[in-house]
Design a binder for this molecule. Structure first.
Ligand code: NCD
Length: 319
């Protein structure tokens, strides 16, 4: 059992929230407090390997109504590494398939005296709705194309670890911006911490309207590439699209896949990131995904640290 470092002996003074629903409503100070807490947990637990007992007696439930590998596993592990119990909810074998509403299902789980509900759902606003209707803490693990706050935070933690600071960096989000909750959470978080954000992809997936959020819109990756410090390569979210946004995957890859030729034109210290799952050969070629600039697996480890921080922060705010 690791010892708690002084940085984690009390909550950061800016943190007052019992839910983590989005990055849009968080201040730069709150975002920084989560990142600092995640870093402190990472440092205190030998890269998130060791256990602590700071949430012993608490119970966290993963209510995932959409598929997940990284987010679900890391929330479960994060809870256990902090000494909490973790319960998995299986949507397909639950009473949701018998017509029970999401709120009734969530209230049923809450009545078993749980402390945190971690929710992933295909509907934007699902986690917000649960937070309004429940007394327990709610963490949004992705609500349709809207937000995925812990993904944005783990992306920022990874950038901060490799670059020291986020302010002043140019970060490009490349791919299906229209349907990506990762894109939205990255935009809110990165802008608040002072980065220049570029959203890049075909015009069917990246409209000019994004400029209203204070980001640069680009359709030609080769034009912006030499200016970028970080590329975050986003998956094409076919499951959220009703029409095909480009003629073929081959054509998309030709214009937007990060490959060896493009790496030659990038900054020498460029960071290659992806939230995962990656589709090799579509948004990134295997040599780049597995290459020396890729921090994709560092992001996964940081996901554990960020989720430890999120669970610990929301659970320690008194109602
Ligand atoms: C993302 C998601 O589910 O939003 N993945 C993740 O949580 N790591 C991105 C994606 O599905 O493409």
């Amino acid at each position: 059992m690791s010892k708690l470092p002084p940085a984690l002996e009390q909550l950061p003074s800016v943190w007052k929230r019992r839910h983590l629903l989005d990055l849009e409503s968080l201040s730069a100070e709150e975002i920084t407090a989560i990142l600092d807490t995640a870093q402190a947990f990472k440092d205190a637990t030998n890269d998130c390997r060791d256990k602590l007992s700071v949430l012993s007696g608490k119970t966290s439930v993963n209510l995932f109504i959409e598929n997940s590998t990284r987010t679900r596993t890391s929330f479960a592990l994060a809870a256990r590494r902090l000494g909490a119990d973790n319960i998995e909810f299986s949507a397909s074998s639950s009473s949701l398939s018998k017509g029970e509403t999401l709120i009734d299902t969530a209230k049923t789980i809450e009545a078993m005296q749980i402390d945190t509900l971690v929710c992933r759902h295909s509907a934007p606003g699902a986690a917000q709705m649960l937070a309004k209707n429940l007394d327990c803490c709610v963490i949004n693990a992705g609500d349709g194309p809207h937000e995925h706050p812990t993904q944005g935070l783990l992306d920022m933690l990874t950038i901060r670890q490799h670059r020291g600071n986020i302010a002043g960096l140019t970060v490009a989000l490349v791919g299906d911006i229209a349907h990506s909750r990762t894109a939205r959470s990255n935009i809110w978080g990165l802008k608040k911490l002072g980065a220049h954000v570029i959203v890049c992809g075909p015009s069917t997936l990246v409209s000019r309207q994004w400029e209203a959020l204070g980001v640069e819109v680009a359709h030609n990756l080769d034009d912006i590439l030499p200016r970028c410090d970080v590329l975050n390569l986003l998956r094409i979210q076919f499951e959220r699209q009703y029409t095909r946004p480009f003629p073929s995957i081959r054509e998309y890859a030709l214009l937007y896949a990060m490959n060896r030729q493009r790496m030659e034109r990038a900054k020498e210290d460029i960071l290659i990131m992806a939230p995962g799952p990656i589709n090799r050969g579509v948004e990134v070629t295997p040599d780049v995904a597995d290459g020396s600039h890729s921090v994709i697996l560092h992001q996964v480890t940081n996901g554990l640290a960020v989720r430890m921080a999120a669970l610990w922060l929301v659970n320690n705010v008194t109602a």
